[in-house]
Design a protein around this ligand. Structure first.
Ligand code: 6R9
Length: 635
């Protein structure tokens, strides 16, 4: 029997609807996903959903930019698609869907004149300006594969990614603004292009002028984009793509070694971004959706661009930083643009929390309806603050668990349907089947803790790793045959709720006791004197592994933070979890996406002083010698 779940579904899911969708997806996944595919506008609608050999919606054809733009023109052409708030508070741009469509066509025509077409790779290296989104959609329009490179990457890291992707065109900016500072985008790109010219295929560099700053331009290679766009037509026919043609490559953050170019397809990925944006953020007409992620990360791809625009939402893009020029800037932006849905990271929340409750209290946050977090576990204290102080206890709070490779959210509360438990990502979205495995790979039933894998298929899953399908197989499919391996560990409680314990390589086994690094860090985070911490395991003769904790103290901390950390762990987690060593440090080594690089902390704790590999993905590489000194000084 064929039932269209989509047409029967109210916008906001009830608990019953959530349950019945979950059951329907389990009963007949083929039917369920084919129905979900109908949320997109296809040139040829797919007749099948799952095909292990040919991929998702294999006989469907479509264009992603048409789905984000053209199909809205008739019904919402004059609706604001994008609000751009510049660093300068008085500078705001409102772009309607019609405006955005025109700009994307112009950019596509510029690229096309350069010979860019189906399957070509185009690298996008831009700060938070409108051209970032326009470039992504322009590539999609031509069937070119975009490769967005995070603005903070070093020249070395950029060169690696340009070489691996084989990009032929680069879109960058003269500079980016970061408060009063200028980030040298073009200069960094020039340095990257000069590093190993023989392995790069870039022939053309387009430059967005973000400011009046002058930059050297290389004749025959570099051109300013705005003049070319102004001279281009506002119409550009969209290429019809096969569902499994790649839409983009995205290099994952470097917390586990060499970066991998994760490849996402068109139909499967886009339907997943659209589905999850709608149900997780309870998307409603007139919402203003603000995802603070940079477009250089998967969160920016799925929840700044593809999810909300495919659903006809109004998105906000902010050029600046949370507390510049003064604390409260984010809340001011939120108030000014009447944001309804706000999606950010636990790291950002912790930083803002430190500024004090009186800062957000100065702003009207009453338009907020849904708050979300992503990227790392959210500790209890940050969850409570986000919920109480920002959400004023009346917003849904969605702790969304997913990964670059998953394309979009997999485990998360659904407003109205799934009751939250602070710091739990709660339940899988309808259609997702998490499974917990023991160390031998046997599935665990009921309340349990183990390796988090996903069974069955979902449309958003990455197709492969660029140039390295074997690595895709060995990383995700081979470790636990028959299951997709996420690299994370999780606990399932008596209500079937999932609690992510961190990467499985972060689970520390002390004398047979499994200790999640997140568990220790969560305990410590409740302590006012402790701003942040990281727990890692190092080899230990007697216990198998010994626990080491790095602690960042709050400015106001009392001097004996070490003792405090030990007693907090002992009382909150247990004596067995008392660390061998506690190092009080000024900061933790983080990737630019805010993930603590535990690999480094482990090596440093083991007494290593060099051989740390590529440090270019660190937000602040200078922290490394500081940590070495502290650890060594400790004896
Ligand atoms: C979207 C994104 C993925 C890894 C993932 C996990 C961690 C993400 C989380 C979370 C606990 C959450 N992670 N969301 N851990 N709770 N809500 O972050 O992608 O950069 O690929 O990172 O981040 O460890 O495996 P990505």
């Amino acid at each position: 029997m064929s039932v269209s779940f989509r047409s029967e579904r109210p916008n906001r899911l009830s608990p019953e609807a959530h349950r019945s969708l979950t059951e329907a997806a389990q009963r007949d996944p083929e039917r369920y996903w084919l129905d979900e595919a109908a949320r997109l506008s296809w040139v040829n609608a797919p007749t099948r959903a799952i095909d292990s050999e040919h991929g998702w919606f294999a006989d469907g054809t479509l264009n992603a930019s048409v789905n984000c733009l053209d199909r809205h023109l008739e019904t919402r052409g004059e609706q604001v698609a994008l609000i751009w708030q510049a660093e300068d508070a008085s500078h705001v741009v409102h772009m309607t869907y019609r405006d955005l469509h025109a700009q994307v066509c112009r950019m596509a025509n510029v690229l096309k004149a350069q010979g860019v077409g189906r399957g070509d790779r185009v690298a996008i290296h831009l700060p938070s300006v409108i051209e970032g989104i326009v470039s992504m959609l322009a590539c999609a329009r031509l069937g070119a594969i975009h490769v967005v490179l995070f603005g903070g990457f070093s020249a070395e890291a950029i060169a690696d990614r340009l070489a691996d992707s084989g990009a032929i065109v680069v879109i960058t900016a003269n500079v980016g603004r970061r408060g009063p500072k200028r980030i040298p985008f073009k200069a960094t790109m020039d340095a990257a292009l000069a590093l190993r010219p023989d392995s790069l295929k870039v022939t053309r560099v387009f430059v967005v002028s973000v400011t009046d700053d002058q930059v050297p331009m290389q004749e025959d290679r570099d051109s300013f984009l705005s003049g070319l766009m102004d001279a281009s037509s506002t119409e550009c026919a969209a290429e019809t793509m096969a569902s499994n043609d790649p839409l983009f490559l995205l290099y994952t953050s470097g917390s586990t070694g060499k970066p991998k170019g994760v490849v996402h397809g068109t139909g499967g990925y886009l339907s997943w971004a659209s589905y999850t944006h709608e149900i997780v953020f309870d998307h409603q007409e007139n919402d203003v959706f603000w995802c603070t992620a940079d477009i250089g990360w998967i969160t920016g791809h799925s929840y700044v661009v593809y999810g909300p625009l495919s659903n006809g939402a109004t998105i906000l893009l902010f050029e600046g930083m949370p507390s510049s020029p003064a604390p409260g800037r984010w809340w001011e932006v939120l108030q000014t643009h009447k944001v309804t849905t706000f999606y950010t990271s636990p790291t950002a929340i912790r930083a803002l929390m430190r500024e004090g409750d009186d800062i957000p209290a100065r702003y009207d946050l009453s338009t907020l309806r849904v708050l979300g977090t992503v990227g790392e576990p959210i500790n209890h204290e940050a969850w409570a603050w986000f919920n109480d102080v920002i959400g004023q206890k009346r917003c849904a709070l969605v702790d969304t668990w997913w990964q670059t490779e998953s394309g979009g959210i997999l485990i998360s509360p659904v407003p109205g349907a799934v009751l939250e438990k602070p710091s739990s990502a709660t339940l899988p979205l309808p259609g997702i089947q998490p499974v917990l495995l023991d160390e031998k790979g046997a599935p665990l039933e009921g309340p349990a803790e183990g390796v988090l894998c996903i069974d069955g298929a979902w449309p958003g899953r990455a197709l492969t790793i660029w140039n390295d399908d074997a690595l895709f197989q060995t990383t995700y499919l081979k470790p636990y045959p028959g299951h997709y391996f996420t690299g994370d560990g999780a606990r399932r409680d008596e209500d079937g709720y999932y609690w992510i314990t961190g990467r499985v390589d972060d689970v520390i086994n002390v004398s047979g006791h499994r200790i999640g690094s997140a568990e220790i860090e969560d305990a410590l985070s409740c302590e006012h004197a402790i701003a942040e911490s990281a727990a890692i395991g190092i080899p230990h003769d007697l216990k198998g592994q010994g626990l080491v904790v790095y602690v960042v103290a709050n400015e106001t901390a009392d001097p004996d933070v070490q003792k405090l950390a030990v007693s907090v762990i002992a009382s909150k987690v247990g004596r067995y979890a008392v660390p061998e060593k506690v190092y009080v440090v000024p900061d933790l080594p983080k990737t630019r996406s805010g993930k603590t690089v535990r690999r480094l902390l482990r090596k440093i704790a083991c007494g290593e002083t060099n051989g740390f590999g590529d440090l270019s993905t660190l937000a602040d590489p200078e922290i490394v010698p500081v940590l070495i000194k502290i650890v060594q000084g400790h004896g």
